[in-house]
Design a protein around this ligand. Structure first.
Ligand SMILES: C[S@@+](CC[C@H](N)C(=O)[O-])C[C@H]1O[C@@H](n2cnc3c(N)ncnc32)[C@H](O)[C@@H]1O
Length: 498
């Protein structure tokens, strides 16, 4: 149970952290661009070296990030005027020193209390509230940040996705199976001055049955394990069934035009096309579905990673768990596991589509605007299914498009060997283009129609426009779908809530 601080004490704690520089930049300046390990072991001496100067920030980093007890006097001056007594169960005695029962993680202007990895005093609980992980950040980056009326965060944990959603939503509801998680989330709401989120306890969508949302986000217990050890990791359902059920139920919880964005792992079975399997999940859903795969992990490697990162086993335990997990995967025919982000958008005006992409290397930071743009470009293309309609349109290149060419010196000059286009914003798609495609791209200047551009491409290739039109239009549709090429009058402005 977390300490119930008074509003003044919450404010004092927030101010003490801010004054010391306990934010992302302060941590970066002190520790450099390192990933702080869950349980600092071999890294600890170096981390202590980096925080050796005795500033309030060093004290707070040691205590609240590294989980190392600090001297009571140093903590007193770091937290002043807030007393240690007022911090109640955030702190615990550790011999002559003071330890922290929670970890405080700064992220995007927030400071989030989560459980100390391994649990305070080393006794990890099944309902431990996990810290900010790669999955947390991936979902936060993937989420469309257009203004909406009602947002839902399912499996909120420390509340992070709900707080981020509150920045662009009129109302936010957050649910979790774990009461402990909701207590942490409520604590974090008070610490960060983010009131107004509705916190509900319960399984999956049950606490909000019968309601509808414009945005649903979820970073669920997605790991595919034979275990039921951690609530944040193991759903207790077989394989990827939790994600499957969530995606089947989400469409009925969405307003028309609303989006559900989840991060999850899915089974890639031996001898079966995984895309076909996932496509079945979306059949008859009334939603468009866009799957962006970020990784594929062979089953043995997958077992190894999760056991290493979440079990912290002795070598003997690691061997036993590895055997248990890989035997389970073999029996289930799980050859590999896909990881990615999936966006559903409820749309009933025409047939729905399913799209699969690999998240291109180099994609980083927030890509919600690019995801929204991807949906809007699909809508644009659906309205121009007829080639004649596309031929009459005008297009321009995305301002984020770059061309890279490789040339070889030969016969007294540089000969272009290959050309690649890539986006430097959003989802960083990249692809090779041939000479004709480059000529076409060069003609899409926002003034010529596609018909006029193709006539010029045909003339430069010495062929008739009819000969190249079908292939070029297929290419153009791909270029538009990926956002390399945009309608001439394209605007990036997201729709406001009605
Ligand atoms: C992977 S953590 C995500 C935490 C946080 N949303 C984030 O992005 O970092 C999954 C969360 O789902 C919760 N959870 C587990 N099973 C659930 C269920 N059946 N229904 C609702 N929430 C559940 C866990 O308690 C945990 O807080």
């Amino acid at each position: 149970m977390l300490a119930a601080l008074s509003p003044d004490e919450f404010r004092a704690l927030h101010e003490a952290l801010a004054r010391a520089g306990y934010h992302e930049q302060g941590l970066l300046d002190t520790l450099g661009p390192i990933e702080v390990p869950n349980l600092p072991g071999a890294e600890l001496p170096h981390l202590l070296h980096l925080t050796r100067r005795g500033r309030p920030l060093d004290t707070l980093i040691r205590l609240f990030l590294l989980g190392v007890p600090v001297e009571a006097e140093a903590l007193r001056s770091a937290l002043a005027p807030l007393s240690q007594e007022a911090c109640g169960e955030l702190l615990e005695p550790a011999g002559d020193a003071v330890g922290a029962r929670v970890r405080l993680m700064p992220f995007r202007g927030l400071v989030l209390a989560v459980d100390q990895p391994g649990g305070a005093g080393g006794a990890a609980r099944a309902d431990q509230v996990m810290g900010l992980t790669n999955s947390t950040i991936s979902l936060a980056n993937f989420t469309i940040r257009a203004p909406v009326r009602r947002a839902l965060d399912l499996g909120t944990g420390c509340g992070i996705q709900a707080f981020l959603a509150a920045r662009h939503s009129q109302e936010v509801t957050a649910t979790d199976l774990s009461r402990r998680a909701l207590e942490f989330a409520a604590f974090n709401a008070a610490l960060n001055g983010c009131p107004g989120v509705r916190w509900l306890e319960g399984d999956g969508f049950d606490p909000v049955a019968g309601e509808r949302f414009d945005l649903i986000v979820s970073n669920p217990p997605f790991a595919i394990t034979p275990s039921c050890r951690w609530q944040y990791r193991d759903s207790g359902l077989p394989a990827d069934e939790f994600a499957h059920r969530l995606l089947r139920r989400a469409p009925g919880m969405l307003e028309e035009g609303g989006c559900c964005q989840i991060l999850c792992d899915w089974v890639q079975p031996a001898g079966r096309d995984w895309q076909e399997r996932l496509t079945q999940w979306f059949e008859g859903s009334g939603c468009d579905a866009w799957v962006l795969r970020t990784a594929t992990t062979e089953a043995g490697e997958y077992a190894h990673m999760w056991i290493r990162d979440t079990e912290h086993p002795t070598p003997e335990e690691a061997a036993r768990l590895y055997d248990e997990w890989t035997t389970h995967y073999d029996r289930q025919g799980i050859q590999a596991v896909g990881t990615g982000v999936i966006a559903l958008r409820r749309r009933s005006d025409s047939a729905n589509w399913v799209r699969f992409d690999e998240l291109p290397e180099g994609t980083g930071g927030e890509i919600g605007d690019a995801v929204l743009q991807g949906f809007r470009l699909r809508d644009f293309l659906a309205a121009k299914e007829d080639d004649a309609a596309l031929l009459g349109e005008t297009f321009r290149l995305s301002p984020d498009l770059r061309l890279q060419q490789q040339a070889e010196w030969s016969e007294g000059g540089w000969q272009i060997q290959s050309a690649q286009i890539r986006l430097v914003w959003g989802i960083r798609f990249a692809g090779n283009v041939d000479r004709n495609a480059l000529t076409l791209l060069g003609r899409l200047d926002g003034r010529r129609t596609v018909r006029a551009a193709l006539a010029e491409v045909a003339a430069s290739a010495g062929v008739s426009p009819e000969a190249i039109t079908p292939l070029c239009l297929t290419l153009l549709r791909l270029l538009i779908e990926r956002g390399y090429v945009l309608p001439a009058d394209w605007t990036a402005a997201p729709a406001a809530p009605q």
